[in-house]
Design a protein around this ligand. Structure first.
Ligand code: F0G
Length: 355
């Protein structure tokens, strides 16, 4: 078996890499495409889960961040900055640590999952909680990076999109062809833009015959693209996609229109139901925002717009362990301790079984 050397190495010819680019890696990418037989049977589709939560910092952000931070170093930068609902900040902080850069992260005060905050802290980021939402924090870092020698590593940095497009290549390689549909959550809309770019490039190079129909799902309380206007105060329990004015709005619309797909929305209840289904039916624990992809698939299948038996890849963007608070709330289990005796344990499990 050949050891995996990370994305910059694996996809060098597809990326803007020069002799001066540091070939850094935390062994990001090469994530599994997990078949989902139980959900497939339930929905009458052929579903595969691209589990991006198995990247080194637990989300798809590592794909774009490895390139964005490497290019920052190549350009002589000593610091990176981003606004984040959590995952971008964790990833930026990890690669900055690895390459010896300062990382400054602006987060919406009180609205990021604790696991993500813990990561940014551990990797040594300078964390700035802002009394505002993601969109306001993004406006701030955009203007600060224009006026100061600090590299912006949000997905408005084109190297982020370049790195993230590699996920589309992997999906095609793992399936042996492009899927009929690709379903994914939409927040700032960088990822759907990146997947579409990746599939289009692979198709242009003759590696696959077609580009999948791109199905992007926003949370209903933050569904700016679906509504056709920015949402000043977006709300959803899926904090990762609590974004009211997506920076790559046009990229998302283009991906959906040109591929024959759609941008649609799902409610928080639909997200929670899909989140539980993934864990209980398939043994895959993703974060709530990630489950918007399956929630959207269920919604569209129910309304009869997906062809039966179609091959679908659902992108699960982040790891469930990042947001254990929501997992525990969603499970609604009350745990009562019992004496440490065989009798007490047996009584408990026999009782549970009988319920
Ligand atoms: N899923 C997860 C787990 C995310 O963290 C994000 C975005 C998305 C989906 C949406 O991706 O923005 O490319 O449309 N998180 C960003 C962050 C905003 O700051 O971590 P997108």
């Amino acid at each position: 078996m050949v050891a995996w050397k990370g994305l910059l190495h694996a996809y060098r010819e597809w990326l803007p890499i020069t002799e001066r680019t540091p070939m850094v890696t935390l062994c990001e990418g090469n994530t599994p495409l997990i078949p989902a037989p139980n959900l497939s049977a339930k929905l009458g589709l052929d579903i595969h889960l691209k589990f991006e939560g198995l990247n080194p910092t637990g989300s798809f952000k590592d794909r774009g961040m490895v390139l964005a931070v490497a290019k920052a170093v190549e350009d002589g930068s000593r610091a990176v900055i981003c606004a984040s609902t959590g995952n971008t900040s964790a990833s930026a902080a990890a690669y900055a640590a690895r390459l010896g850069l300062r990382s400054i992260v602006l987060i919406p005060d009180g609205k990021i999952a604790y696991g993500k905050l813990a990561q940014a802290m551990m990797y040594g980021a300078e964390i700035v909680p802002v009394q505002g939402n993601f969109d306001q924090a993004l406006d701030l870092v955009r203007s600060i990076s224009q006026e100061h020698p600090i590299t912006l590593v949000n997905s408005v940095n084109p190297f982020r999109i370049e790195g993230q497009k590699t996920a589309a290549f992997e999906v095609c390689e793992q399936l042996g062809d492009a899927p009929d549909y690709l379903a994914l959550p939409v927040g700032n809309a960088g990822n759907i833009t990146a997947y579409y770019k990746g599939f289009s490039e692979y198709r242009a190079a003759g590696h696959v015959n077609f580009v999948p129909k791109m199905l992007g799902f926003e949370a209903e309380g933050a569904a700016a693209i679906v509504r056709g206007e920015p949402i000043p105060e977006p709300e959803t329990l899926a904090t990762a996609i609590r974004i009211g004015n997506p920076a790559s709005w046009n990229g998302a619309v283009q991906a959906a229109q040109e591929s024959g797909g759609v941008i649609d929305s799902v409610t928080d209840d639909e997200i929670l139901a899909a989140y539980k289904l993934l864990a209980r039916e398939e043994g895959v624990f993703c974060e709530p925002a990630s489950a918007a992809s399956l929630a959207g698939l269920i919604k569209r299948r129910a309304s009869g717009v997906l062809l039966p038996g179609a091959r679908v890849v659902c992108v699960l963007t982040g790891n469930g362990l990042k947001d254990s608070d929501i997992a525990i709330q969603a499970s609604a289990l009350e745990l009562h301790s019992i004496p440490a005796t065989q009798e007490a344990v047996l009584q408990m499990i026999l009782q549970t079984k009988g319920e």
